[in-house]
Design a protein around this ligand. Sequence first.
Ligand code: SF4
Ligand code: SF4
Length: 217
Amino acid sequence: MLEKTIRDLFLTYPQVLYGFTDTSYSAYADAYQSALVFAVPYGAQLTLETYAEEAFEKGIQDARKIVEEILIKLEKLLVEQEIKYHIPPVAQNNETDLEAPFSFKFAAVNAGLGWIGKNDVVITKRYGPRVRLSAILIDTPFAYGEKITESLCPETCRNCVDACPHKALHDTRWNIDSVRSDLIDYKLCNKKRSLAIKTLGRKHACGLCMAACSFGT
Ligand code: SF4
Ligand code: SF4
């Protein structure tokens, strides 16, 4: 019943990808049986030819508005049905590990939405990496998606690796046992993007390694 209501809600957002996964792999397994994870395409689906930082940032913010709209609707129906849920924060706990308490990326892989590209972000077949992820933990079972365990990046593709101006990507193909540092020097990426805080009042959106991806364009 709940699952059908949620699926009906997503019928009104045909551009949004979504799926369910169990949480047995996560620190939330005892409190919530499942995670609903969804991917909202960025407002602008930029390529290297059309890329501009401001446009990229705007595309992210446009997607964020849709994410928030969907979360409000989901929350309303979970409250109505008196089902325990939790919306995990997007932000990292600290600037050292740069990891959120609940990984949307890992949930997306487990729900079958995509794999992790050489650029360390989720790659969907439909939009490539140009999506904003969100998730909600729900304490009830669902029909789960099929977990993806291997990269579908072409063996020889290194478009994202070459697009990074700081050489932060290691040209490594992901699999389910990979750790983030196998793929990216995330501290370097964060350090370079953080330099913009002084001038822009926010981290540089960058995204060159996403715009470069041939999936979704
Ligand atoms: S976001 Fe920018 S700095 Fe970070 S890995 Fe991608 S291209 Fe490099
Ligand atoms: S640009 Fe190529 S290697 Fe990088 S994430 Fe996309 S498909 Fe994978």
